[in-house]
Write a protein that binds this ligand. Structure first.
Ligand SMILES: *[C@@H]1O[C@H](CO)[C@@H](O)[C@H](O)[C@H]1NC(C)=O
Ligand SMILES: *[C@@H]1O[C@H](CO)[C@@H](O)[C@H](O)[C@H]1NC(C)=O
Ligand SMILES: *[C@@H]1O[C@H](CO)[C@@H](O)[C@H](O)[C@H]1NC(C)=O
Ligand SMILES: *[C@@H]1O[C@H](CO)[C@@H](O)[C@H](O)[C@H]1NC(C)=O
Length: 502
């Protein structure tokens, strides 16, 4: 009798423990939103506000007025590229084979998620890809509106292309992003249509020579470096894919290969980001698996586009120079009392993750202060640590769709020696600058001396090996033949060298 009641209370106790564990589990699962773990496929609105809340922006700019703004933004949410669309269409047949194998082996179909039976690509039949989609237009349009609301004194002037310079790369999703931003920024200021729109100019350099916004595409040594890193990246990702593939095969009874799992993760990211669907491909992966896959994506980003190699960001020196120069111009205009309406107030640039990431690295964002010192001494950093350890370097934060850095130049009336300050806003939030004692605002001179100058020692053409011989070899002998070369060469002659671009 006594023994029995003890057993019962033990059972009860166990039950309570189990319930408690279950509750903890569901809470953890509920707060885990896969849409915040999609690395560079993350939507701006989903990740904009998840950054570290503990950082307290500095108050020292209260007595200052913004006099110039530099924006470097990535294009907004875009459709998968043509190549990826084809990969997904082919995957439908692959899933069919996997399911058929199970049937032929007379095994149970119970474990197979129902969406997977007879699955077809949601983009089936779509023949073009890579374009800015309507959600992406929305991101940039609203960013434009918020920029104007936040800096009314900067955007109060009548539009003129010399006052508001808007530049995009020659890639349609980037220039469409510039247009969407401009529509927001200038809405209600013109006479066109019920929205009071106005026309504005978006200018682009030719793709082949755009070393300010597409430096990665003009840099031969970078292309060589990327190629040389393929085995490194593969070795980083392979063990994670292997492990997750084994787990999925066990769980769902389908003989997925590593390639299948890689495609499923790609599909998950596209579904979650573009279609807001998280109960299909994404539901195959648990939170721990998603975190590992996200980390693998972030590592690749680190190695190929981030702090993993100094060339990745040093080749962005022309962009950094352009930004600093525009600030110096603004300071000159201020010092010399130029008439309002005669000088630039904002330089707005729309480009790619390949532009934004190096730019963030050049100003030293997302580093620990000790790491900033390493970078200055030209030493390499450790890889971002594996989950569950946390890391600053997260693709979803550093370069989501429409991710951006704004460098706002302030003029301060105070008497001290630092009259001009630069505040960095990343995705519209003040962010610590490790090179500036972790403050979000830096005296312009300090920024220039301590953060920018060490990079400017490097020359783009030397870094990139874009020497004159190369130029001669590449460019046809005369204007005449160049014109005809352009007319007769296939439109996409340059695609083979263009890697998966973000
Ligand atoms: C999956 O592969 C294993 C080992 O190769 C095999 O024994 C099993 O029958 C396969 N299952 C299916 C459903 O094809
Ligand atoms: C996405 O789906 C969630 C529910 O899963 C919903 O709460 C949210 O509003 C949706 N977002 C958009 C942009 O449709
Ligand atoms: C401003 O600078 C002048 C001369 O350097 C000094 O005499 C004065 O006290 C300063 N004022 C303030 C408010 O710091
Ligand atoms: C950082 O802090 C140290 C000590 O507090 C100070 O000496 C130095 O001038 C500061 N540097 C910047 C860039 O503010």
């Amino acid at each position: 009798m006594l023994k029995n009641s003890m057993n019962i209370s033990l059972l009860l106790f166990l039950q309570v423990v189990l319930i408690a564990i279950a509750v903890v589990h569901t809470i953890a699962d509920e707060s885990f939103d896969v849409r915040q773990h999609l690395s560079t496929v993350s939507r701006y609105g989903t990740v904009k506000d998840i950054a570290d809340d503990s950082f307290v922006p500095s108050q020292n700019l209260d007595q200052c007025t913004p006099i110039h703004l530099n924006l470097v933004a990535r294009h907004g949410t875009r459709a998968p590229t043509k190549k990826r669309l084809r990969e997904l269409e082919a995957f439908a047949a692959r899933l069919e084979v996997l399911v058929r194998d199970v049937k032929e082996q007379k095994q149970s179909l119970d474990k197979i998620p129902s969406w997977l039976m007879g699955w077809n690509s949601p983009w089936k039949g779509k023949r073009t890809g890579g374009e800015l989609i309507s959600e992406g237009e929305d991101e940039l349009y609203n960013l434009g509106i918020r920029a104007r609301e936040r800096f009314p004194s900067l955007f109060s002037e009548e539009y003129h292309p010399d006052i508001y310079s808007i530049k995009a790369t020659q890639v349609p999703r980037a220039s469409a992003s510039a247009v969407a931003f401009g529509l927001g920024l200038f809405s209600g200021k013109g006479k066109l249509g019920p929205g009071g729109h106005r026309a504005f100019a978006v200018t682009s350099e030719s793709r082949a020579s755009d070393i300010v916004l597409r430096f990665h595409d003009c840099c031969q040594s970078y292309k060589n470096f990327r190629k040389s890193q393929e085995p490194t990246v593969k070795n980083l990702k392979e063990p994670i894919l292997d492990e997750i593939t084994r787990e999925l095969v066990r769980q769902y009874g389908l003989n997925f290969t590593k390639q299948d799992v890689s495609t499923l993760w790609f599909l998950c990211r596209q579904e979650a980001s573009l279609l807001n669907i998280t109960n299909q491909a994404c539901s195959l992966f648990g939170p721990a698996q998603v975190s590992l896959l996200e980390w693998a994506d972030d590592l690749e980003l680190f190695v190929l586009k981030g702090y993993g190699n100094s060339l990745n960001y040093r080749m962005g020196v022309p962009l950094l120079e352009d930004v600093i120069q525009s600030m110096e111009q603004a300071i000159k205009a201020k010092e010399e009392g130029y008439a309002p309406g005669s000088y630039e107030k904002a330089s707005l640039r729309f480009a790619h993750a390949e532009t934004l990431l190096p730019f963030s690295c050049l100003i030293g964002l997302f580093l620990e202060e000790s790491e900033f010192e390493l970078i200055q001494r030209e030493q390499t950093l450790q890889y971002p640590p594996k989950p569950p350890k946390t890391r600053n370097w997260r693709g979803s934060i550093v370069a989501p769709f429409a991710g951006n850095n704004m460098l706002v130049l302030y003029s301060c009336t105070s008497n001290n020696s630092n009259k001009y300050f630069v505040r960095v806003l990343h995705n519209e939030r003040p962010i610590p600058i490790p090179g500036c004692n972790g403050s979000d605002s830096c005296p312009f001179e300090v920024l220039k001396e301590r953060i920018v100058a060490p990079h400017l020692k490097h020359d783009y053409n030397t870094l990139c090996n874009t020497n004159l011989e190369q130029k001669k070899k590449d460019s046809p002998p005369s204007m005449f033949s160049r014109m005809f070369g352009w007319i007769f060469s296939p439109r996409n002659a340059d695609t083979p060298t263009q890697k998966v671009e973000l």
